[in-house]
Design a binder for this molecule. Structure first.
Ligand code: FE2
Length: 293
């Protein structure tokens, strides 16, 4: 069973949670965020949708192939705030068939550096204490995503490892997954396979010499033991922390309830962060990666 804990009275991660993290590649920290803070982030995310989504590719019906515009928009969102649609938000003719605030799959990928409410939520002594407890040295926040998992249309996420998409040498990518609403089997909670992070990485998505991003196999035959999959049903305010090689997934949300979650990805500032990673922060941008404090 995936280890469940709370921060102790001193605001530290209990010793056994650190051990469980090393063993399983995942821990669940209950009551990590106050309900009011979750509600404030939810409200802010909906405000950002109203601001950003009307300009995102896909909002206006077009007979032209929009894949180039979508690819460019995605890549530019590395250091911006972009809105991305659920596939199920469109009818057969490509027209939006649900209201805008029910159509967005996620916001990404730099809210933690660009939006004051997200910035505040993404940092602080409690998060630093978790990083200390799991041995993440000099954490640097690289990416944020607000995931809506919309009622009825929130799509399935296949089993994957987050370090496929953000890569360091050695592997230090760590996911911080905050339940902004209750997450359960009915609305598409997270599932994962504890211990399987020890098998390493299956594939990496890196920029190639021609400038395009592409998937490269690392261990093409790597199989995960799906019979040991555990569903991580959690209450609003719970933080799930997982290793970059922890295989995880979520089912479609077929319920009438949304399942909002916020994720942060941190790396160790002591690790090498290759130039092939899709998110880059050149000095000219004036927005260097920052930590939890
Ligand atoms: Fe993931």
């Amino acid at each position: 069973m995936v280890h469940r804990c709370r921060l102790d009275v001193h605001g530290c991660l209990p010793e056994e949670a650190g051990q469980a993290y090393r063993r399983d590649g995942v821990i669940v920290i209950e009551d990590f965020v106050a309900a009011e803070a979750c509600d404030a982030l939810r409200q802010r995310a909906l405000k950002l949708v109203a601001e950003v989504a009307p300009g995102a590719p896909g909002t206006v019906f077009s007979t032209r192939d929009q894949s180039h515009a979508k690819d460019r928009y995605f890549e530019e969102s590395a250091n911006r705030i972009g809105a991305f649609f659920e596939e199920g938000a469109f009818d057969a003719e490509g027209r939006l068939c649900v209201p805008l605030d029910r159509a967005i799959n996620k916001l990404g990928h730099a809210m933690h550096d660009l939006d004051p409410v997200f910035d505040d939520f993404s940092r602080g002594a409690r998060l630093q204490a978790v990083a200390d407890g799991i041995g993440l040295v000099s954490p640097q926040l690289v990416q944020s995503m607000y995931i809506f998992k919309q009622p009825g249309i929130g799509g399935e996420v296949m089993c994957h490892q987050d370090s496929t998409f953000l890569y360091t040498e050695p592997q230090t990518v760590t996911g911080f997954w905050f339940a902004i609403e209750d997450a359960h089997r009915g609305n598409g909670c997270l599932g994962g396979i504890p211990g399987e992070h020890g098998k390493g990485l299956r594939e990496v998505y890196l920029r190639q010499p021609d400038g395009k991003l592409a998937m490269q196999p690392r261990q093409p035959g790597l199989q995960w033991d799906m019979s040991r999959l555990e569903w991580l049903e959690v209450k609003k305010g719970t933080l799930i922390v997982f290793h970059g090689a922890f295989p995880h997934l979520s089912e479609p949300n077929r319920s009438a309830q949304s399942r909002h979650a916020y994720t942060l990805h941190a790396i160790s500032g002591a690790a090498d962060y290759p130039a092939g990673n899709w998110i880059q922060r050149p000095d000219s941008l004036g927005m260097p990666f920052r930590g939890f404090v």
